[in-house]
Write a protein that binds this ligand. Structure first.
Ligand SMILES: Cc1cc2nc3c(=O)[nH]c(=O)nc-3n(C[C@H](O)[C@H](O)[C@H](O)COP(=O)(O)OP(=O)(O)OC[C@H]3O[C@@H](n4cnc5c(N)ncnc54)[C@H](O)[C@@H]3O)c2cc1C
Length: 415
């Protein structure tokens, strides 16, 4: 696809996966100057409930200039700002700037339970979500406890230290489910089509993609859909369609909490390190991420684990006790959360790159002409979706990646 491209050619684009990467790509394609009645865009999603049922609907939603990789972040953050301005993202998907900090202190032992759990799902081994790897250490400044005056939903007497993690307007947030479904709604309003079904293979002839085979949701009938371009954006499931892709899934549990309506939940995202008493002599350190959201909801997620990936997103097992632990850990530092109600208990799979690095983004013509890959966004897929989508759109519509230097993300490095 690089170099020469026939601008008038009919493009029959099939996107595998209705997560944030697939839906945002569909959106950018419908906004491209060459998008016309000659362009067809189909998103195939395996969940019977439609888009955003995986990590893209269950993530925290942090959008950061200090995320990684930098080449992608630099484009993605500004694209998020533009999208929010153009489509009233504040109201539509909870876009806003937030303060973000590292909170360290002691938690209260809730309900006098001896073991508050680790937040890891049953049978799984703990894995880090690695979100703070992108931080510039120089930006940290340690005051006395440093707890901001308006962060009143966390208890001051339990706080040892609060350290701001980034400067002004360097961190923002979206509600990831609302962002993803809004991208989809906007793409669909311009003619993109959603097909519920599970892709079973990518078809190619003479070194070029020709379409995909899939099992239709509901009827379970085997079907074939032709394509000039196939975008593989199946998150943690991507390697089930291309086994040489080094993608694995890391499961993580999360909860959403509705605090008492009288409590003002100021806009902070906290990366915590909480020392919890288990007995007179024993303590456990837990580190939930806690996100205030504009509608007053609070989201908290625990660590990852190595539970095996189910056949589809609808088969993800939610371990209730892991969710209860995440809630107990988060609410151990906040009376507002202790008095609140847990609304959602959920789990999802983050797409990780098993050989390190990533995401994997770009033209995969070395496998088949017309194949484009976008997966392995690890803990930054919400933040990096717009840059990813924009550059995929350039590859498909213009024949070359222009806005992001994909050198380190090229599929040919990984596959
Ligand atoms: C607990 C947690 C918190 C996170 N917090 C943040 C955050 O604050 N900020 C941030 O930037 N990122 C965050 N992330 C990471 C982010 O959620 C992911 O990187 C991102 O959602 C990946 O998007 P995706 O579209 O690649 O994958 P997914 O959301 O998994 O979507 C892939 C879709 O493909 C579909 N699919 C799979 N196989 C097939 C098939 N064969 N046929 C058809 N459809 C198929 C799936 O059903 C799924 O809907 C977090 C992740 C976790 C787990």
């Amino acid at each position: 696809m690089s170099g020469s491209v026939d601008l008038q050619e009919a493009r029959n684009i099939v996107i595998i996966g209705g997560g944030i990467i697939g839906c945002t790509t569909a959106y950018y394609l419908t906004r491209h100057p060459y998008f016309s009645s000659q362009t067809s865009i189909t998103v195939i999603e395996a969940s019977e409930y439609g888009p955003a049922q995986g990590a893209s609907g269950k993530a925290g939603g942090l959008v950061a200039r200090w995320a990684y990789p930098k080449e992608l972040v630099d484009v993605s953050f500004d694209e998020h700002v533009k999208l929010a301005a153009e489509h009233n993202g504040g109201d539509r998907w909870g876009w806003r700037y937030v303060d973000c900090g590292r909170w360290e202190g002691r938690g209260q032992n809730l309900l006098n339970r001896k073991d508050s759990g680790s937040g890891v799902g049953e049978g799984g081994k703990k894995k880090s979500l690695e979100k703070t790897l992108g931080l510039d250490e120089k930006k940290k400044s340690r005051k006395k406890t440093g707890l901001p005056d308006d962060l009143m939903w966390v208890e001051e007497e339990l706080t040892d230290s609060y350290t701001p993690m980034a400067g002004d307007k360097e961190t923002a947030q979206v509600h990831p489910y609302l962002f993803t479904t809004s991208m989809w709604d906007l793409a669909s309003a311009k003619g993109a089509v959603l097909l519920k079904g599970k892709v079973t293979s990518i078809q190619k002839t003479d070194g070029r993609v020709t379409g995909v085979d899939y099992v239709e949701g509901g009827t379970h009938e085997a079907m074939r859909l032709s394509a000039t371009h196939v975008v593989l954006a199946a998150g943690a499931w991507s390697s089930s369609l291309l086994p040489s892709l080094p993608i694995t899934g890391t499961r993580a549990h999360s909860v959403t909490i509705r605090p008492k309506p009288t409590v003002d939940i100021s806009p902070y995202v906290l990366f915590t390190e909480i020392s919890l008493p288990l007995s007179a002599s024993q303590r456990r350190t837990v580190d939930p991420e806690i996100y205030a959201r504009p509608d007053g909801e609070v989201y908290a997620c625990g660590p990852g684990d190595d539970s095996p990936l189910p056949a589809t997103v609808d088969g993800v097992i939610v371990d209730e006790s892991a969710c209860n632990s995440v809630y107990m850990h988060a609410s151990s530092i906040s009376q507002a959360l202790r008095q609140g109600t847990v609304e959602k208990r959920q789990a999802c799979f983050l797409p990780s790159v098993s050989v390190g690095g990533g995401p994997i983004i770009g033209d995969a013509r070395h496998i088949a002409k017309g194949l484009v890959i976008a997966t392995g966004h690890t803990c930054w897929g919400i933040s990096n979706a717009p840059g990813t989508a924009r550059v995929l759109c350039e590859i498909i519509m213009d024949g070359t990646a222009r806005s992001v230097n994909l050198r380190k993300m090229q599929p040919s490095i990984f596959v």
